[in-house]
Design a protein around this ligand. Structure first.
Ligand code: ACM
Ligand code: ZN
Length: 500
């Protein structure tokens, strides 16, 4: 069961608040607790109460009147949370920080139940962008499960969710104008490394709206991703005319990188993506749209007459430069919709001729080098290097052969905890780093809830690293009982091995 839980608030919370003082006494939340909320924070207060009551129903009897105040303060960029025996006061200058404060308070209740120890907290985020990515192509994840993950992510102050909606093995974003894609690109006939499993699923518009609405209540911004020009086999299956050879193409039963990608010489492909991104932009209110760009082989471009023609017309010297031409087209579609494009770090390559539009945010995944180079070239950057403990498809520990997770990579809890988004080589350009995120690719997620155990507790370690100014691995490890209690209270599964 759980390791022991300290009775001091300062020894249980994660992310570790930046300033916390333990106080004498306890506060009990009950039906008699009176909540006073300034009107501008009514949505945050309602969300807090809803979330709390899902996991901690009211006790039948009250235990005497006490008060919870949720108010505006003049202090910018910090929240404050004071728990006294008869009164809790939560204050901040913005809705976002009021919600962070309430999430810290929810953590205290999830740790202890209705009666929590008194304390005084002043807190702020060290890093602005604190995210996680989920691949729903290789393994479809229902809207309901995603909401559960968002709730757990919110409890550790994560504020971005990167939703990887399309890939070779399945297209999950519903299109109003293309029922063929919705039907044919979302069904995988077999998975050769997991017998007797068929993986299929497409979200409905209502599913997307439901998740977007839920995330917005939690102050989590969603970054939807539509992969271009590689990782497109599922789309090519429904639209073989979008490939260089014309197909036919099957949705792969394996993982991997496939040489059939979107034909960059075909104007129809670009017209199709204009419509796709218009629908994405309409459904997702956040500022960013991810356009993919990773792992795109160029071999088909070399012998495709349309692609060769495109190269000639644009003075491109290599098939590789053609991908960067496509990146520019897709980025323009996204910026014309009033959104900011985000791309995997391959978008930096072969841009000698065309450059990379300056507004493209680069997501560094093949180590940190892409992030360093992007920042030095003036791009904003999100750090998610696969080599630094934030690829959650990797194993927790490569000493155990039975474990889930990709055998070729390792991401221990400590690696996640030690991960830092700013690198010395960035120098002044470090100010362009927005933050960091952990990624869960789902080729090896066998059953629905395995993704919980791959994400947690590594995501908790990452969240503390991104939030707290004074992190301390030894102190973090001592919070294990409290962290597991909070995850269990929210019905979230977690990895149970040794923390190292
Ligand atoms: C990636 O991991 N292929 C971005
Ligand atoms: Zn082509």
């Amino acid at each position: 069961m759980f390791t022991s839980i300290s009775n001091k608030a300062s020894e249980v919370l994660s992310p570790m608040p930046n300033k916390i003082i333990d106080k004498k006494g306890e506060f009990t939340f009950s039906q008699d607790t009176i909540v006073f909320v300034e009107p501008q924070f009514s949505s945050e207060a309602e969300t807090f109460i809803d979330l709390l009551l899902e996991d901690l129903p009211y006790e039948e009897k009250g235990s005497g009147e006490n008060e919870l105040y949720i108010k505006k303060s003049k202090v910018k960029d910090k929240y404050s949370l004071e728990v006294l025996p008869n009164k809790i006061t939560v204050s901040a200058n913005s809705n976002e920080l009021i919600f962070s404060a309430l999430e810290t308070l929810r953590s205290l209740f999830l740790t202890y139940g209705h009666t929590i120890p008194c304390c005084k907290i002043t807190d702020w985020p060290k890093t602005g962008y604190r995210g996680f990515m989920l691949d729903v192509s290789r393994h479809f994840v229902s809207a309901r499960e995603i909401k559960k993950l968002l709730k757990a992510a919110s409890s550790i102050h994560l504020n971005y969710f990167h939703w990887h909606l399309t890939d070779d093995q399945g297209w999950r974003f519903p299109l109003s104008f293309d029922e063929k894609v919705n039907k044919e690109s979302s069904v995988r006939k077999a998975i050769d490394y997991q017998e007797e499993r068929v993986e299929s699923g497409i979200y409905s518009i209502d599913d997307i709206k439901d998740v977007v609405d839920y995330a917005s209540k939690l102050h989590i911004t969603i970054i939807p991703e539509i992969e271009t020009p590689g990782h497109a086999m599922a789309l090519l299956h429904a639209h073989p005319e979008f490939g260089c050879t014309g197909g036919p193409y099957e949705i792969p039963t394996t993982g991997g990188i496939f040489k059939d990608v979107l034909c960059v010489g075909n104007d129809e492909v670009i017209e199709f993506f204009k419509k796709v991104f218009a629908e994405v932009a309409k459904l997702f209110p956040g500022p960013y749209i991810h356009i993919g760009g990773d792992e795109c082989p160029h071999v088909r471009y070399e012998s495709c007459p349309k692609c060769q023609e495109r190269m000639k017309a644009n003075g491109l010297k290599s098939a590789a430069e053609l991908q960067s031409w496509m990146t520019v087209q897709i980025a323009k579609i996204v910026t014309d919709l009033g959104k900011i494009p985000v791309g995997w770090d391959e978008v930096l390559e072969n841009t000698q001729t065309l450059g990379l539009p300056k507004e493209v945010v680069v997501m560094s995944w093949r180590g940190s080098q892409g992030g360093i180079e992007a920042a030095q070239r003036g791009h904003k950057v999100i750090m998610s290097p696969s080599s630094e403990g934030v690829y959650y498809d990797y194993r927790y520990d490569n000493t155990n052969d039975d474990e889930h997770g990709q055998y070729w990579g390792k991401a221990t809890i400590k690696m996640s905890y030690d991960f830092e988004v700013v690198k010395a080589e960035m120098k002044e350009s470090a100010s362009l780093v927005l933050g960091g995120q952990g990624n869960l690719w789902t080729e090896r997620v066998d059953f629905g809830r395995d993704n919980e155990a791959l994400l947690f507790p590594r995501l908790v370690a990452l969240a503390e690293s991104l939030w707290s100014e004074n992190k301390d691995w030894e102190k973090f490890k001592k919070k294990r009982g409290a962290i597991e209690k909070r995850l269990s209270s929210q019905d979230v599964m977690f990895w149970a091995g040794e923390w190292r």
